[in-house]
Design a protein around this ligand. Sequence first.
Ligand code: HEC
Length: 113
Amino acid sequence: MQALKVVWTVPALILTAFVVVGNVLSIAEATFQEAPEPGFQWKDGAEVYAKVCAFCHEAKVGPTIRGRGLAPAYITFIVRHGNRAMPSFRAAEIDDESLARVAEYVSKAAANQ
Ligand code: HEC
């Protein structure tokens, strides 16, 4: 009997969790649709680096860029215009504010070694 109770309690809890999360998400979605926020769409520069730049720059496809004190203006220029094997990113891919934050992050962050 006890085992049967546990067997049904767990899926019920999981189901409840899904319903709660689903409601929160749809409320969040509705809020976003009412007031679209232009501009910054990433949490911070570190997140842009981790999700966009690290793909190459932490995989030895691109050179190490953190911990070198590269100027933010230089980083911004390279990202917008590209340079040989480095692709350029348009504003639709990384908006100006996100780019400013990732450039500042890369400029100041330490290399991972
Ligand atoms: C598709 C792979 C790729 C991605 C994604 C990428 N890069 Fe690069 N990046 C490169 C490569 C390859 C180079 C070296 C280019 C060369 O010299 O041929 C480079 C060079 C650079 C340089 C010049 C480094 C130096 O030594 O002067 C900077 C600055 C830079 N990338 C910043 C970024 C930033 C910031 C991001 C994220 C927004 C990013 N890159 C995303 C591949 C990438």
